[in-house]
Design a binder for this molecule. Sequence first.
Ligand code: AMP
Length: 157
Amino acid sequence: MSNLEAMSPNPSPTPDSASTSAAGIPANPPEPAPVDPSAVGSGAAANDTIFGRILRGEIPCEAVYADDLCLAFRDVNPQAPVHVLVIPREALVNLGDAGQQHRELLGHLLLVAAKVARQEGLEGWRTVINSGDEAGQTVFHLHVHVIGGRPLAWPPG
Ligand code: AMP
């Protein structure tokens, strides 16, 4: 099973019958399903951030999507009606910590961000990746914010 095929929160042993685009992304993604808690805590990279603890199942989160590469869960301090964080299981600090070897993972995180946004019923949304103190990063485990459900101003603060 490819990473993209595994984008169901509860991966099934049987092939997904939904049609897929050339990129392998389901054209008609399945309805959101309850997240299997065992999928949330598995495969987590060890690190010392709060997100590392969430990945290891040490503290709870409200997960909306999980696969072998990443986990998506609701932000505890939402800035909009929908505010989800997509994080890799690998303990990358931020984009400044990423290299060529992370090309596929970074693409996957963005595809999952879009999938989650649609899953949440959004037609438009903002994705944000804060990298470093100056950009406002407070948790030093790479994460993609998916924000929507209200009009969003630009430029951001
Ligand atoms: P950033 O400022 O880009 O590093 O974003 C970190 C985000 O993590 C903030 O929006 C926080 O509200 C969020 N956050 C911190 N702790 C948790 C947690 N335990 N569960 C969910 N979201 C969290």
